[in-house]
Design a protein around this ligand. Structure first.
Ligand SMILES: NC(=O)C1=CN([C@@H]2O[C@H](COP(=O)(O)OP(=O)(O)OC[C@H]3O[C@@H](n4cnc5c(N)ncnc54)[C@H](O)[C@@H]3O)[C@@H](O)[C@H]2O)C=CC1
Ligand SMILES: NCC(=O)COP(=O)(O)O
Length: 380
């Protein structure tokens, strides 16, 4: 079988550009399908099935309806599906799971991923992105994709975080730098470096990266999360935050000056702090966001404390994007064992952030609204 090459769709859509006029408050959330051989379809169906019991905001899935229908049959879930435009989704959500048909079908069976799914994954993501940047959907929620599957098919980005920022920037939207945050009511963390090999961390951990990350986190915590003076705790890179420079130089030479620069800008930043003692309850009470130097330093405590409540939020994007904090969980795809709680938390947080953004836009007044209407949408 020829290897599919996932190609982002290039052409701008005039209809999408003008549709930004619709206000997010009236628009539903859009969920990408994610890796079809993983648990994305399972948790989308389960979230809809529990919509009344646990308050799930209306959403529609962008992607292949047949994948969802087949998974519902396999799981024995009576979830009616309806092809719908975003404008119809909220009205249909009570009776059926709305699906915005997009892209080719996938042939991979649950638990057995192969690169043939990549075009289906990417078409769903691009369609969802187009809906959110054109204002037809209020926020983007992404189901997990399998990075190795996408890489094998030629996908040139480490993950959603970097892909979405690149697409926004290519469309002329302001996307300075994408910042990954794993958020739960217990703990919010940001890895300053994201999906890179460990050996590259010290080299990529620069003063500029930390200052820019701190600025974006502080700004989004104020604007989107409503925390008036967010407290940012920066982990050290080395054991004991370098023990005054005796256990590595990065803490003194890179992290401390970056924290000082953020403080001069009025941002409440502290650090470098020893990471091993930053996550017990008393320590957590002292900050709003822990900024880690590498992925696992902060994702391990976040997922250990709140795996099923955790939400992956991308800060620094010109639109709202959330995601469950977990991956494709191939071993349990199609078995009925996938817990949809993290997806439901991602949907609820996306709704909350979109409503907050909408309120701010209204406060900013008609000038801001007309600037927003002039924004370029990322083509679906
Ligand atoms: N946002 C995204 O697109 C993400 C994608 N991934 C991708 O997922 C793939 C698998 O990654 P893993 O490291 O194995 O992590 P994983 O999160 O898929 O699985 C880790 C463990 O947690 C369990 N698990 C995960 N979600 C669950 C749920 N909703 N209910 C019950 N149990 C659940 C799995 O069965 C497994 O035992 C990789 O290809 C990775 O790239 C991982 C994280 C995020
Ligand atoms: N470990 C989190 C993760 O892999 C999520 O990546 P992304 O696809 O949201 O960029």
């Amino acid at each position: 079988m020829p290897r599919p090459s996932p190609t982002p769709s290039p052409a701008p859509s005039p209809a999408a550009l003008s549709a930004h006029r619709s206000g997010p408050r009236s628009a539903p959330l859009v969920l990408s399908l994610g890796e079809p051989a993983g648990i994305g379809p399972d948790i989308a169906l389960a979230a809809w099935a529990r919509r009344a019991a646990v308050e799930v905001p209306p959403f529609l899935v962008a992607g292949d309806l047949d994948v969802l229908a087949a998974r519902a049959r396999q799981l024995g879930l009576a979830v009616p599906l309806v092809a719908a435009a975003p404008e119809e989704a909220a009205g249909r959500f009570g009776e059926a799971l709305p699906v915005f048909p997009a892209g080719p079908s996938a042939t991979a069976t649950p638990g057995r991923p192969d690169a043939s799914s990549a075009p289906c994954v990417l078409a769903s993501l691009d369609a969802a992105l187009g809906l959110v940047t054109s204002g037809r959907a209020a926020a983007l929620v992404t189901n997990p994709l399998a990075k190795s599957v996408m890489y094998a098919a030629g996908f040139a980005f480490p993950g959603h975080t970097e892909y979405l920022a690149a697409r926004a920037a290519a469309a002329g939207l302001p996307a300075p730098y994408p910042v990954m945050m794993i958020w739960s009511p217990l703990l919010a963390v940001v890895p300053a470096t994201i999906h890179i090999p460990y050996r590259d961390v010290p080299r990529q951990l620069t003063y500029d990266l930390l200052v820019e990350t701190g600025r974006i986190v502080a700004r989004d915590m104020v604007r989107r999360f409503g925390i008036a003076r967010p407290r940012l705790a920066f982990c050290g890179l080395n054991p004991h935050a370098g023990e005054d420079g005796t256990l590595g130089s990065e803490d003194e030479n890179v992290v401390r000056p970056a924290v000082a620069a953020l403080r001069r800008e009025g941002i409440e930043a502290t650090g470098p702090l020893p990471a091993d003692t930053l996550f017990h309850p008393e320590a957590r009470a002292g900050y709003d966001v822990a900024v880690g130097m590498y992925h696992d330093q902060v994702l391990i405590p976040a997922k250990t404390l709140a795996f099923h409540e955790g939400v992956n939020v991308t800060l620094g994007l010109p639109f709202i994007r959330t995601s469950p904090d977990h991956g494709t969980a191939f071993a349990i795809a199609g078995t009925g064992r996938a817990d949809p709680s993290s997806l439901m938390a991602a949907l609820r947080l996306a709704r909350r952030l979109a409503d907050a953004e909408d309120g701010l836009r209204r406060q900013d007044g008609p000038d801001q609204e007309s600037r927003d209407q002039g924004r370029r949408a990322v083509p679906a």
